[in-house]
Design a protein around this ligand. Structure first.
Ligand SMILES: [Ca+2]
Length: 495
């Protein structure tokens, strides 16, 4: 076993920088061909990049509940975004606070009940707003001027500078709203990408054949399901949506917005594109706004890293960059997440830990958001409760893979139709090469061979050549459901 020698000397601080819906495809360190993220890449260059970090349930609230508890949705009770987090249950935050860590939660919370286990909390209500965001603190609600990514960064830096107690280690959870839908760029990035064409993914025009019905019936298509005004900023300043938008933005934004969009919008409104041209237009506008939101998150990471350097905190501070799940940036013709397909199953995870993690290292083992609570506790030298369902990443961070590290991973998505985007409930298992998915409410299965079919467009579930893999993975699915104590009700039709 590895000794937690780092904790015996001086327990490390943890800065957890969390974004919302930030796809690994839009991170420079993951080889993005659509944008650059120089500051997020600083964490990768001085730390470890996890290439198989899978989420247990690819949606906002459930990911946050999973991270707090180190448990799957069926154990922490937060299965869908309509649930309320039971704040009486154990979390890593409560345990670390109890052990003397100073704890702070700033930004998007999305768990309905108030945060518990944090010395300081200052959170967005629900999804929060991009401009002039409202925040909730123990003292009440207040509206902050400015752009949400900047406000969260300012609050986090202010806490580090003014409220941090130098005689206690700390854990700071800095949780961005961006780049969540509705993709409203900050003032400094309105207009980014003007005149540039963003490369299209291979499956932008997916026909949804050769799979279950689930991909075809999902309503998250760039071609059909985006609202031009609220999703793509196709409005005029004097339209209802325009008035609502500019009422919240600071002075000067309207001019920047007008320079960036008014000409294109006028052309769109005079002669709206149809068919493939519409898909392409929507894709370009969606990505342009999404990437502008990402760019501000990257700026924020730079500000935090600079402060850690300047203050001398960097040396004994673990810095983690992670998103609550992945996202479709046009793959399968989609935006949004939810499915067990790679783009939303995987999430970026970058960890810098001076003296422990080899700079520029890459880990291909299966990691997960269910491992983060365990990792925080282990790094702090604290015991990991036996009922947590993940595992500390510290051996992997030290470049060692335990013999019994997980070879397969269980996934379960619960927020089925009629919920937004009508993605059928499903569970599944993957070993990194093969993936079996059970859409249990419609009684259909899919099996993918990611080596032969990395885009996941051809299920081989009924292919006799894959019968052995089908049988093996079905057994593994059952084994994991037993091990994780997934209730029978969750594995049976829920509607
Ligand atoms: Ca999310």
């Amino acid at each position: 076993m590895l000794s937690a020698g780092w904790a015996a000397a001086a327990p490390p601080n943890i800065v957890f920088i969390f974004s919302d819906d930030h796809a690994f495809q839009a991170v420079g360190a993951y080889g993005s061909n659509i944008n650059q993220t120089p500051n997020i890449d600083r964490i990768a260059n001085s730390g470890m990049r996890f290439d198989r970090c899978y989420v247990t349930n690819s949606i906002c609230g459930p990911s946050r509940a999973c991270i707090l508890t180190g448990k799957y949705s069926h154990k922490n009770g937060f299965r869908t975004n309509n649930d309320r987090f039971d704040a009486s249950q154990p979390t890593f935050a409560k345990q670390m606070q109890g052990a003397g860590y100073q704890t702070a939660m700033i930004g998007k919370w999305h768990l309905v009940s108030d945060p518990v286990g944090f010395d300081h909390w200052d959170i967005l209500p629900g999804q929060g707003r991009y401009y002039s965001p409202e925040f909730i603190t123990p003292a009440g609600r207040n509206v902050e001027q400015g752009y949400v990514t900047d406000v969260i960064t300012d609050k986090a830096l202010a806490w580090l500078k003014n409220d941090r107690q130098s005689d206690r280690p700390f854990v700071l959870m800095m949780q961005h709203k961006a780049p969540h839908r509705s993709w409203e760029p900050g003032p400094e990035h309105v207009g980014d990408g003007k005149g540039k064409t963003i490369p299209e993914p291979e499956t932008l025009f997916d026909d949804y054949q050769n799979r279950s019905d689930a991909a075809r019936t999902a309503t998250m298509r760039i071609s059909q399901n985006m609202n031009p005004a609220s999703d793509l900023m196709v409005f005029t300043p004097d339209s209802p949506r325009g008035k609502k938008f500019f009422k919240l933005t600071p002075e000067g934004t309207q001019q920047a917005w007008s320079d960036a969009y008014s000409e294109e919008n006028a052309a769109y409104m005079a002669d709206p594109p149809v068919g493939d041209a519409k898909t392409r237009w929507n894709y370009q506008r969606y990505l342009r706004n999404y990437l502008a939101c990402v760019a501000r998150v990257d700026d924020s990471v730079g500000r935090v890293l600079d402060y850690l350097d300047q203050s001398g905190l960097a040396e004994n501070t673990i810095v983690i960059y992670c998103s609550d799940q992945g996202f479709y940036l046009g793959e399968h013709g989609w935006y949004d997440k939810r499915f067990m397909y790679e783009q939303s199953l995987r999430t970026p995870l970058l960890v810098r830990w001076p003296g422990v993690v080899e700079p520029g290292s890459v880990c291909e083992q299966i990691a997960s958001n269910v491992d983060l609570a365990e990792t925080f506790l282990d790094a702090a030298g604290l015991p990991i409760p036996k009922d947590m369902q993940g595992r500390s990443l510290t051996p992997l961070l030290q470049g060692e893979t335990p013999d019994d590290w997980r070879k397969t991973f269980y996934y379960h998505y619960y927020e089925g139709p009629p919920a937004v985007h009508t993605v059928e409930q499903h569970c599944g298992v993957t070993d990194g090469r093969y993936k079996l998915i059970h859409f249990y409410t419609i009684g259909q299965w899919e099996l993918f061979d990611l080596q032969e079919d990395p885009n996941e467009i051809r299920s081989v579930y009924d292919d006799p050549a894959y019968a052995g893999h089908q049988e093996r993975l079905k057994k593994e699915l059952k084994r994991l459901q037993t091990e994780l104590e997934v209730p029978a009700i969750a594995a049976a039709p829920l509607r």
